[in-house]
Design a protein around this ligand. Structure first.
Ligand SMILES: Cc1ncc(COP(=O)(O)O)c(C=O)c1O
Length: 362
């Protein structure tokens, strides 16, 4: 056996399991919350304009992610110094962990949420405080904001809407708690645009030095493969800390231009939102009719309890025969549930058709 040169933190490292990506055509992927629509046509036009411009690849990219950084500052009416472009919002989350956590400084998050938090926190040598969920009508796995605030942790991670469940926490409730909190609150807004235009905490970044907001181009701009995200904070010392941990050229030159094109096409962005919300409500009513218990969701996915007659694992397995992927979390508190990303109109219809066949054939 090879000798181990790993440090103690890495020897005990946690590993994140990403949703399955298939390397074969013909699959309908409703397992990783990607956009069902393609990116804006302006993204492809920008890409075509860049083809043949050797300099863009020959030179290093801009260390702060220009021209995207300026475009984001204009879009959100925020000073550039309060924004950082990152390689997906996962990188933003990793930088926050590296800059703020240690063996003495733990992180708290809801027991059911984006499982990457656990991995990132553990891999910084810090402990995770997993705050139990509450039961509310329509939401058996609801977030307990007060318990997060009173937890023994220095940093709180709150996905809004929450991952897996789709629960939206009203931003006024978050504002109220942050205003008197001594902790750093990280509000992960990967799915926030789906919850409406009044859902983001970005307008309040300047008011609170204990708030960091992370966002992504992966979902509502249909650019998951490009890996572009960003964070916002008015706390200059925090920003310096994040900068110390980031790669010098963390975002590539093509990505900064393509994401800028996507950001500026607000009509296309709105059409993605409309399509997802319509598809989500179609899936909700069809799944209910098939005997699933479907929980409230403000995101681009639904968590649903599988019908009694057929367990979640079997539903997921049988859908594979139809070349369809949805998500299942064996061994979790919600292993009787499936999580379904909203697809295109035809993908949603195919999913419901296949489920009807599977359930009538049991
Ligand atoms: C809650 C949450 N935050 C962040 C991310 C990561 O997004 P990105 O593609 O920007 O790294 C995801 C991805 O699924 C997510 O579910």
């Amino acid at each position: 056996m090879a000798r181990s040169f790993l440090n103690a933190i890495t020897q005990n490292a946690a590993h994140y399991t990403p949703g399955e990506q298939v390397n074969e055509t013909g699959w309908i992927k409703l397992n990783t919350n990607e956009s069902p629509l393609p990116p804006s046509p302006k993204v492809f036009r920008t890409l075509a304009e860049l083809v043949g411009q050797g300099d863009i690849l020959r030179k290093y990219s801009h260390p702060l992610g220009e021209p995207l950084l300026s475009a984001l500052a204009t879009h959100w009416k925020l000073d550039k110094a309060k924004l950082m472009v990152t390689n997906g919002s996962d990188e933003a989350l990793a930088l926050i962990c590296r800059a703020t956590l240690s063996a003495e400084r733990r992180a708290a998050f809801p027991a059911i949420t984006y499982s990457l938090y656990d991995t990132l926190v553990t891999n910084c040598g810090a402990a995770c405080v997993k705050v139990p969920m509450l039961e509310k009508p329509g939401l058996p796995y609801a977030i307990d904001l007060a318990a997060l605030e009173s937890s023994d942790a220095a940093v709180i991670f709150l996905a809004n809407p929450n991952a897996i469940t789709g629960e939206y926490t009203p931003r006024d409730a978050i504002r109220r708690i942050i205003a008197t909190s001594q902790k750093l609150w990280v509000v992960d807004e990967a799915y926030n645009d789906f919850a409406g235009s009044e859902a983001t905490m970005l307008p309040f970044v300047a008011e609170h030095d204990n708030l960091v907001v992370t966002r992504t181009f992966s979902k509502t701009h249909a650019l998951a493969g490009l890996r572009v995200g960003y964070l916002a904070t008015a706390n200059a010392a925090l920003m310096q800390g994040f900068t110390a941990h980031k790669d010098s050229y963390n975002e590539d030159a093509l990505a900064t231009r393509l994401a800028q094109a996507a950001l500026e096409d607000t009509d296309w962005h709105r059409s993605i939102l409309r399509s997802v919300v319509t598809g989500r409500e179609y899936l909700r009513s069809e799944l209910k009719a098939l005997g699933f218990i479907v929980y409230d969701s403000a995101a681009n996915y639904l968590l649903a309890k599988a019908p009694q007659a057929m367990g979640a694992a079997i539903v997921v397995e049988k859908l594979r025969a139809y070349k369809m992927l949805i998500r299942h979390y064996p061994g979790s508190a919600f292993e009787d549930c499936v999580r379904i990303s909203v697809g295109s109109e035809s993908e949603n219809a195919k999913l419901i058709g296949s489920l009807k066949a599977i359930l009538s054939d049991k």
